[in-house]
Design a protein around this ligand. Structure first.
Ligand code: ARG
Length: 311
């Protein structure tokens, strides 16, 4: 069955890979969910160059005062849900540093020790953000894993854009990883071997959905929201195999960043203006919280991109 080729298991599972059909999420070790949020104030945020389809025609159009207000309001939503929000100092001229989801991937070892995998970003300018995030995680006592580094400027290592393309299955040691415009295919094997976790690889097939977090949002162990058109049939089969409840959204709402959302204990924080999804979430017993991230959408990002979940 072709979809098996997209599941990369740690060695102790290799013998059983042909049994993936029988595997449910229960077969994966429980994972402690991070509860804190790391955000970067948008002090220097603007749109200077076009790096993704949403940025077309948006250079110089950001209302910086409004962006500050929207960022602050989002921070307050996390606080109202009881999440501690930590901040990283913004760096002048790194205008996209506010998108804190892309530079790294945090996790925990079996003994509870925290680690962070540093990313290698596709865009050279954005890649300059990574050392600043490295510093933050170092200061916060994480074990630093630097497997994607290409210090000598020769692109010998694959690109990997952190939580933008790598999303943990809620509560489980199972990693959903997308390769597409930003993250390279080879990163799956590197993550699998280094972290000893099962990696499920998804191909992103629509350039508008350039990060996994634009078309896939896991709400809880059984529930995921997706835009089906962003995936190929193998990817869809895998998603539907591991999640019992798959909520599909329309192209229109997906393009309104409805899936660039954050789920915390049954609350789903999402960009306003997606009434169909809001109604579906309520019907499924979730509590949608709508916010406005219009200024950040001009750069191709919304709620999910504007934070990193940390321990
Ligand atoms: N302008 C940024 C970029 O193109 C936006 C990143 C948004 N982040 C995300 N995870 N989708 O890299």
């Amino acid at each position: 069955m072709s979809k098996l080729s997209h599941v990369i298991c740690p060695q102790h599972l290799v013998a059983k890979v042909e049994m993936v059909e029988k595997y449910g999420v229960d077969n994966f070790r429980k994972r402690i969910e991070p509860t804190k949020v790391l955000m970067c104030p948008p002090t220097f945020f603007t749109v200077k160059t076009v790096q993704n389809p949403f940025m077309e025609g948006k250079v110089g159009t950001v209302d910086t005062e409004l962006a500050q207000k929207q960022w602050q309001a989002l921070k307050e939503v996390y606080e109202s849900l009881g999440c501690e929000v930590k901040t990283i100092e913004p760096v002048e001229d790194l205008e996209d540093m506010v998108f804190a989801a892309n530079q790294v991937l945090p996790g925990t070892y079996e003994n509870g020790r925290t680690y962070v995998v540093l990313g290698e970003m596709r865009n050279e300018k954005r890649n300059q953000e990574v050392p600043w995030y490295r510093k933050w995680f170092q200061e916060n006592d994480y074990h630093i894993i630097d497997i994607f580094d290409s210090k000598d400027n020769k692109k010998h290592s694959p690109c990997f854009e952190g939580q933008g393309d790598a999303i943990w299955h809620p509560g489980r040691e199972l990693l959903w990883l997308a390769n597409g415009p930003r993250t390279d295919k080879e990163s799956a094997m590197l993550l699998n071997m280094t972290l000893s976790v099962t990696v499920i690889q998804l191909n992103l097939v629509d350039p508008r959905f350039y990060h996994l977090d634009t078309c896939f949002c896991a709400i809880d162990e059984n529930t995921v929201m997706i835009y089906e058109g962003a995936f190929d049939s193998d990817g869809l089969a895998l998603i539907k195999h591991f999640f019992k409840n798959v909520i599909s959204v329309s192209e229109k709402e997906a393009l309104n960043f409805a899936l660039n959302a954050v789920a915390i204990n049954g609350n789903v924080i999402l960009q306003k203006g997606s009434p169909e999804l809001v109604a579906t979430l309520k019907k499924n017993g979730f509590n949608p919280i709508e916010v406005d991230t219009s200024e950040f959408m001009k750069s191709g990002g919304s709620v999910f991109c504007m934070k990193m979940m940390v321990y």
